[in-house]
Design a protein around this ligand. Structure first.
Ligand code: TXA
Ligand code: MG
Length: 602
């Protein structure tokens, strides 16, 4: 399906701006697509009665048109206009769970476009409990067809920034209502038959529905008890897929989990659980249990790194596991691990709340593998494991006939996104400062720009700015860059060495920088010899690589180090070749440099 930008910029609307919400509703009634928050995930809304508007949603999502959309309402009164019949079973679920994270499939009325239901004679009806969704849907006053607001094949968005990432320029506006509470899409229940069939598990669980009906009657789609109900057409597609391969780490049997009864918690998660954990406060039993939960992560990571010392591993795990890694202080393991901590390790409500954003975050770190915590409870755990299972599907199982979505551009953060901004700087050193060190500075600057924005690893409410500079151990100050190097860097990046004027390294410059990387090993040794007190932040490119476990071996098993031959006096091709080699190495080292400085991409 053709996906074409139709707006220069998608409008971002503040949820407290009542007039803007009314305007957005007006635009929706006129055929536009609007992104809006709900307690489950963000949706892409349009007029469910207008086939042309629905087509726009499918186009913006890049979604196959055989997958029906859910109709969203702001008032229960609207149900009678959407469906041809409300069975007693459906009525019970409406009374008990609406508004809330449930979608009830009923026989559709003629008013709903066939485009919305993908030709089915049934329609999914959902009334969100999110106050902003409610305000918006009431302002619309019509049934609003809305799928999750992600690009088809990507994790569902639970923040306005993620919607913007996937949809900027493709839809008219997004209403920013903060983070979605549950974080997983609604439970879809087919109520057209005798007994309810859960087509997609969510925060309203089988136990919740059974308890309302007073008997154990609810059928899970795909289970043995499921006779021949049609599956939710969407469930055949691989959803929620990050670019990295996802592996699920099992929780040891018998571990007591919390948050499994999500409806009981009303989607509220314990945000305090993200504070640093003091392992000393654990009882012996708790400590033992924790080791058992962490063991699969550690063992699997070591196995992956043994096979590929360049592998980068993302962990979607609880705060205690992160604390254990910190305490173990295994430098190599830590250098290759990117953490996304969801809250208390055993809390499935927090893990669900953070899952989709977590997968997106780890993807941005460009990890190769994501190891994610599994849960074996019978409530919300079922929905969580369902989504994680889909995310861990094989790459070949991407939506049939659809190419894997391209990585969308990352969005700048709002200026006031953070309370504080930290800064750090990296310095490149060579003997002179007209060629290789200047080349490193320029290439690094491009990498820093390309990977912006950044967040502090030690404080999630702090942004991070990264700078870089260069100097020469024996450089004359004020020289122009070498003209061949200038040309080579320009050919590589489109930017030359521009304003870089040579200067001599001195203690004040060392002081200003948090990481010092020299082109050759002897240069790092010389600096450390002269200033032993800064030895922890001085490396050559090759010792920095080795310190991070980035070793390449030749066919006879000998370790190959990064050696950068000096191109001076050689022809232009040699310069270009050298600049390319440096660029390739800096690209490999970049995530480790970030980690060393204490920052992550966001
Ligand atoms: O929480 C949610 O349900 C979110 C928010 C935005 O409300 N919406 C959502 O929509 O997840 P979507 O389109 O991404 O997923 C809807 C699922 C699909 O798997 C679809 O196949 C199924 O519901 N579905 C929709 N209408 C159906 C119908 N008439 N019969 C069976 N399954 C249906
Ligand atoms: Mg979806």
């Amino acid at each position: 399906m053709e996906r074409a930008k139709i707006y220069k910029k998608t409008l971002l609307i503040d949820a407290s701006d009542d007039q803007a919400i009314k305007d957005a509703a007006e635009h929706l009634r006129n055929g536009e697509v609007i992104g809006f928050p709900t307690e489950t995930v963000y949706g892409l809304g349009c007029d469910a009665r207008d086939g042309e508007a629905v087509k726009k949603v499918f186009e913006a999502k890049g979604r196959p048109a055989d997958n029906p959309l859910i109709c969203h309402i702001g008032e229960k009164d609207q149900i009678k206009d959407i469906v041809s019949e409300v069975t007693p079973l459906a009525q019970k679920l409406i009374d008990s769970f609406m508004p809330g994270p449930i979608t009830i499939v009923m026989k559709k009325a003629d008013s709903i476009s066939d485009q919305t239901t993908a030709g089915l004679d049934t329609v999914g009806v959902r009334m969100p409990s999110h106050p902003v969704a409610n305000k918006f849907l009431k302002a619309c006053g019509i049934p609003v067809a809305a799928p999750s607001a992600n690009l088809s094949g990507r994790p569902s968005p639970t923040s306005s920034r993620s919607v913007l990432e996937d949809m900027d320029g493709y839809i008219y506006a997004i209403i920013d209502g903060g983070d979605s509470e549950y974080g997983l899409e609604s439970t879809v229940v087919d109520c057209t038959g005798e007994e309810p069939v859960i087509l997609r598990p969510g925060a309203v669980t089988k136990a919740d529905i059974d308890s309302v009906l007073g008997k154990d009657e609810t059928v899970m789609s795909g289970s043995l008890a499921d006779k021949e109900t049609p599956k939710a057409p969407g469930m055949k597609y691989r959803h929620y897929a990050p670019y990295a391969q996802v592996e699920i780490m099992k929780m040891p049997e018998g571990t007591e989990i919390t948050g499994d009864n999500a409806i009981g918690t009303d989607g509220k998660i314990d945000k305090s659980a993200n504070e640093p954990v003091d392992l000393k406060k654990l009882t012996d039993d708790e400590a033992k249990a924790l080791v058992n939960i962490a063991a699969p992560f550690i063992l699997r990571s070591r196995e992956i790194l043994a096979k590929n010392p360049f592998a980068r591993i993302g962990l979607y795990c609880g705060s205690e596991i992160k604390a254990m890694y910190d305490k173990m202080n295994d430098k190599l393991l830590n250098a290759h691990t990117e953490f996304c901590v969801y809250g208390k390790t055993v809390d499935v409500a927090s893990a669900s709340h953070g899952l989709f954003e977590g997968l997106r975050f780890l993807d941005v770190q460009e990890v190769d593998v994501i190891l994610a915590q599994g849960f074996d409870g019978e409530g919300l755990s079922v929905a969580y494991m369902n989504r994680l299972g889909k995310a861990s599907g094989k790459k070949e199982e991407l939506t049939p006939g659809m190419p894997a979505p391209a990585r969308p551009a990352r969005m700048p953060l709002p200026i006031d996104a953070f309370k504080d901004t930290f800064t750090a700087s990296v310095l490149f050193i060579d003997d002179n400062n007209t060629s290789l060190s200047a080349c490193c500075e320029s290439l690094m600057r491009r990498l820093i720009e390309k990977n912006e924005p950044y967040i502090s690893n030690s404080r999630s409410d702090a942004g991070f700015e990264i700078y870089c500079e260069s100097a020469g151990l024996t450089a004359m100050s004020g020289l122009e860059p070498d003209s061949f190097m200038e040309k080579a860097v320009k050919e590589l990046t489109g930017f030359g060495l521009g304003s870089i004027e040579s200067r001599r390294a001195d203690p004040a410059i060392y002081d200003d920088n948090d990481l010092i990387l020299t082109v050759r090993d002897e240069q790092a040794f010389a600096i450390i010899k002269a200033f032993p007190q800064i030895k922890d932040k001085v490396f050559s490119l090759s010792t920095f690589a080795a310190a991070n476990g980035l070793v390449m071996k030749d066919s006879s098993g000998r370790v190959m180090s990064i050696s950068v031959p000096d191109p001076s006096g050689e022809n232009y091709e040699t310069y270009l070749h050298t600049a390319k080699a440096l660029g390739a190495w800096l690209e490999i080292l970049f995530p480790y440099i970030l980690k060393d400085l204490g920052a992550s991409r966001i």
